[in-house]
Design a binder for this molecule. Structure first.
Ligand code: PMP
Length: 409
């Protein structure tokens, strides 16, 4: 098993095993949010390589690269993003415009603006996503009560012959399923692919995706959610221009300091794969993070089985070209043991369904001092709950302990 300093990813960075819980019986375990801090031990190990120094006179301008359509993006950021997709093989980047955002959340807003009909006489375009859908889409769509677009709910129920935007999240938040558009309408819709979790630690990289609008986020790729970096690949220049105009009016670009830091971290990841033969295996980010997710999922499944209160979604597994390519390219190195592990699903959230008799999963878990996000927020029944798998180690361990003890009264 390739791990940092030969310790399991579930161990602490100083090589000791997991300490006894720091939670008291009365404190809550909060697995409600999707704050991706799980990979911190990796970044702690490579902290010096990742350090960026920014001097007082640097990165003062609003501008990043006046030769680029996305004028606020610095060339280092653009190059790092293209390099990352080249290493992972999850998206076709050729013949597309790259638009940077302050997190992918800003790009979601920018896309709604850019994909809405421009004639002012038009009714708001319908925005849909198949339930269970990412809980923020609804509020992010309706917060300003725009005349351009409106949240219309579950894409599977959409039956209007009116223009629409469908958001396809794959793998999906909350339930980890791999998705395709589902709307069945006489009108051709516009599709936003939200690929926040299409990275090898969560799901097999089956295809180099080549859609008209694909959105990614640094937050869930490396775990650096605080940098607020997201990006979109867009086929149509007019859509890209409108998105860039939105970002200009909304925040006059994206923090250049954040871009420099994100570019540095991405560079460290990619250098690891480039120098694969010489580098110690524990420096490979996706190798590390995938093993961490795998260990967590195994532990979590054990806890759910013991609890006898919930059932887990059955996740489809498929073949991962990223891991396969690596194992074939470098036989005999750390990727060889992964050959048999090219089919998997270690999604960032667990999606639980209560067994008969429990109507509200969130309230049930609240009594066990476990804070989760209930099905209602995702457009489905309250017997479902979402649990974050990417929080801190302590929280995760305590979650498993409490779930294993959660025998039904
Ligand atoms: N899309 C999905 C599916 C997400 O889960 C998240 C984060 N929870 C986002 C978008 C937003 O991410 P960010 O703004 O940090 O890029």
């Amino acid at each position: 098993v390739s791990t940092i300093n030969g310790t399991s990813p579930l161990s602490h960075s100083n090589g000791t095993t997991i300490p006894l819980s720091t939670f008291s019986r009365n404190s809550f375990v909060n697995v409600e949010k999707g704050d991706p801090v799980a990979f911190r031990p990796y970044w702690e190990k490579v902290r010096d390589e990742c350090t960026v120094e920014i001097k007082g006179d640097e990165w003062m301008s609003y501008l990043g690269d006046t030769n680029n359509l996305c004028w606020y993006m610095v060339p280092q950021m653009r190059d790092a993003i293209l390099r990352l997709h080249n290493v992972v093989g999850n998206a076709v980047t050729k013949d597309k415009f790259l638009v940077l955002g302050t997190g992918s959340s800003q790009l979601y807003q920018a896309l709604l603006y850019a994909l809405s009909p421009s004639e002012s006489s038009h009714r708001p375009i319908n925005v849909v996503a198949a339930a269970p859908y990412y809980s923020e889409y609804k509020d992010a769509t309706d917060i300003l009560q725009s005349r351009l677009f409106q949240w219309t709910g579950d894409a599977a129920l959409y039956d209007k012959d009116e223009p629409y935007i469908e958001v396809v999240t794959s793998p999906n938040n909350p339930d980890g399923t791999l998705r395709v558009p589902v709307v069945n309408s006489g009108v051709e819709g516009k599709i936003i692919y939200d690929l926040a979790y299409y990275w090898p630690q969560y799901t097999p990289i089956t295809d180099q995706l080549d859609h008209d609008v694909m959105v990614f986020t640094f937050s869930k790729c490396t775990g650096h959610a605080g940098s607020r970096i997201g990006w979109a690949f867009v086929k149509d220049i007019e859509v890209a221009k409108k998105m860039i105009r939105f970002v200009q009016l909304n925040s006059i670009g994206v923090s250049r300091e954040s871009q420099i830091r994100a570019a540095k971290m991405i560079g460290v990841i990619c250098d690891g794969y480039k120098n694969l033969k010489s580098i110690e295996s524990d420096h490979l980010f996706f190798d590390y993070s995938k093993r961490l997710m795998k260990e967590r999922w195994e532990k979590f499944k054990g806890a759910i089985e013991k609890s006898k209160v919930f059932t887990l979604t059955k996740y489809p597994t498929s073949y991962c070209h990223f891991n396969k390519d690596l194992s074939e390219q470098y036989p005999g190195n750390i990727f060889s043991p992964m050959k048999s592990e090219n089919t998997y699903s270690y999604t960032a959230f667990a999606w639980l369904k209560c067994l008969e008799g429990i109507k509200d999963g969130e309230s049930y878990l609240e009594k066990l001092k476990i804070r989760t996000r209930g099905g209602g927020r995702f457009g489905v029944d309250a017997k479902y709950v979402r649990v974050s798998m990417i929080g801190t180690e302590d929280e995760f361990i305590e979650l498993c302990t409490r779930l294993s003890n959660a025998k039904r009264e």
